[in-house]
Design a protein around this ligand. Sequence first.
Ligand code: ADP
Length: 301
Amino acid sequence: MTSRKEDTRGKEPIPDIVVDPSTKKKYRKGKFLGKGGFARCYELTDMETNEIFAGKIVSKSLLTKPHQRDKMSQEIDIHRKVSHRHIVGFHGFFEDNDNVYILLELCRRRSLMELHKRRRAITEPECRYFVRQVVLACDYLHKNNIIHRDLKLGNLFLNDDMEIKIGDFGLATRVSFNGERKRTMCGTPNYIAPEVLAKKGHSFEVDSWSLGCIVYTLLLGKPPFETSCLKDTYTRIKMNEYHLPSTRVSPSARCLIKRLLQATPASRPNMTQILEHDFLTSGFLPAGLPTSCLTMAPRFD
Ligand code: ADP
């Protein structure tokens, strides 16, 4: 496993023991887990119960502008209200003088990003197993009027039982009325849908698009619209230009990818329809996966 370097540039130091000023509860800071655009993540152990969380810590010095604070509050407000087996559990949040702390379910096996980097193309049964869990969680989110908007391998976390937990609600949004089209987004999703690039208004269908990119990447070992520069990638997305070799993917997987990567949002299947697709209902579905899958292909026999 590669080591993760800690980066503290321009950020407040995090004490070894973090105290929630309102409840006086104490948390011991443990292993560094990783960093994102704003957050640093550490194991935080509740010193009373010994329960271990992933503590997502954001320095207040990075939240000086009102819209940055609003984004953070929106992320917390959406994440705290959802609860699903395949969504990172939300266990609370608090702040001290320097930082905002979010206590999350700890996902010790990192994410599908690290699995992809190590393995590249994975087997169809593994892909079916992971994707089904992602779709179950998204179906729940959409039924609760939430669009994740940044489904990507790095946001699909894994626990010790190799179960998917969707995380990072930083770009998520609530749909407030039937048929609402979102016009803006504060941030750039990794697997950005063509209607977002065209600023045409977007909705739930962007998650189906990202899921298409995820299935493609898991089965072919590289993203569908990848080029060496972002501008060219965006051009290919707008032109719906991707290559899907018939030799390396089964007919049902090809069919699902094609349906999900349709330029017209309304033509893409929604999460409930994806659950009923041949790729997920036929073919071998493992009941679980061993952690050895993180480094090598399993043998299903
Ligand atoms: P940001 O919103 O700033 O991008 P992320 O939510 O992506 O932050 O978290 C940053 C990093 O912290 C992730 O890439 C991952 O390495 C680690 N991380 C985040 N959530 C968890 C979790 N629940 N369990 C374990 N590690 C996590």
